[in-house]
Design a protein around this ligand. Structure first.
Ligand code: NCD
Length: 305
């Protein structure tokens, strides 16, 4: 696979995705075999929004491949506070690193920034837009727990502002999954995403409650209401807490239902779900390292590739 940049999951074919997931499985089986694959590679981290998992798992991934990071650090301590543009920042940092990982609050920021650099740029979340590397670890976790063939998935919560949802929905079209979208009316999938899914031949099934479809699901993908993207705090307060699951609700689910969440959770999944066989969200977060190792290795390549 050769791509210059990874901006959205739309640009990955089913074969691209399967090759990254297969590579991740191989790495899981034998991490030592790739311990020096990216020796000397420097990854530039530019996180303009908070991150725990994405940033740390990228860092762990490149270090486990023998490389290292240069990190812009907190926005407050960077020259961004002096008014530097994103275009200038990425143009400077590409001179320090072999690839860039960018998270930014503005939708479209990764696509815009990628036009200014020659090194690969990986989108680690652009506002309410896309989060393609999360999608790869989501798909890996789905494949391990439920399989990607004949999948019936429910995606629940903030479908409007949740970028992990948009990226996952696009990628799942390549596997022919049946997708149910569960949200309050005000947080439905954006029209343009629905339109794109239609173009891919997907009938978008929308629900306001999970109850009616829960028993039919192989996977339930729960998301956080994206408080930071709400224009109005009162609107957030009205909706927060409406879409919660707990162990009692899951009694109506199939025994082998897999419950996922990109994390961080606030209170969408009660702690009593953690000890059930359904819970796969911590495993999902852990998969971030091997999947990002596989992705970095295939994007950066080496002399043998
Ligand atoms: C997600 C994000 O940043 O979009 N987190 C993550 O990367 N695992 C989900 C979220 O913040 O709700």
């Amino acid at each position: 696979m050769r791509h210059d940049h990874l901006i959205t999951s739309k640009q990955l074919s089913r074969a691209d995705i399967e090759s990254i997931l297969d590579r991740a499985s191989e790495i899981d089986d034998d991490p030592e075999a790739v311990a020096q694959r990216q020796a000397g590679t420097l990854l530039g981290l530019l996180f303009f929004e908070p991150s725990t998992r994405t940033k740390m798992s990228f860092e762990a991934a490149i270090k486990r491949l023998g490389g290292d990071v240069v990190d812009m650090g907190a926005v407050e301590s960077s020259s961004v506070t002096k008014g530097e543009s994103l275009a200038d920042t990425v143009r400077v940092i590409e001179g320090y690193a072999d690839a860039l990982v960018l998270r930014h609050p503005r939708e479209g920021a990764a696509a815009m920034a990628s036009e200014f650099v020659d090194v690969p740029l990986l989108n680690a979340g652009d506002g309410a837009g896309h989060h393609p590397t999360q999608t790869l670890l989501d798909l890996y976790t789905i494949r391990e727990n439920a399989g990607l063939d004949d999948l019936t998935i429910g995606i629940m919560g903030d479908l409007k502002y949740g970028r992990t949802v948009h990226s996952l929905a696009y990628a799942l079209t390549k596997f022919g999954a049946t997708q149910h979208f569960i949200s309050p009316e005000s947080l439905r999938l954006p029209r343009e995403v629905i339109y794109d899914l239609h173009l891919e031949g997907v009938t978008v099934k929308e629900h306001e409650s999970v109850d009616e479809i829960l028993p039919s699901l192989d996977v339930l993908y729960v998301t956080r209401i994206q408080r930071e993207r709400f224009p109005d705090e009162n609107e957030y307060a009205q909706i927060a807490g409406e879409y919660r699951i707990n162990a009692e609700i899951l009694e109506d689910a199939a025994d082998d239902l897999t419950v996922m969440h990109p994390l961080p959770r606030v209170d969408e999944i009660a702690a009593d779900v953690d000890d059930t066989d359904h819970a796969a969200y911590f495993e999902q977060a852990h998969n971030g390292v091997i999947v990002r190792m596989a992705l970095l290795d295939s994007f950066l390549g080496d002399d043998d590739d």
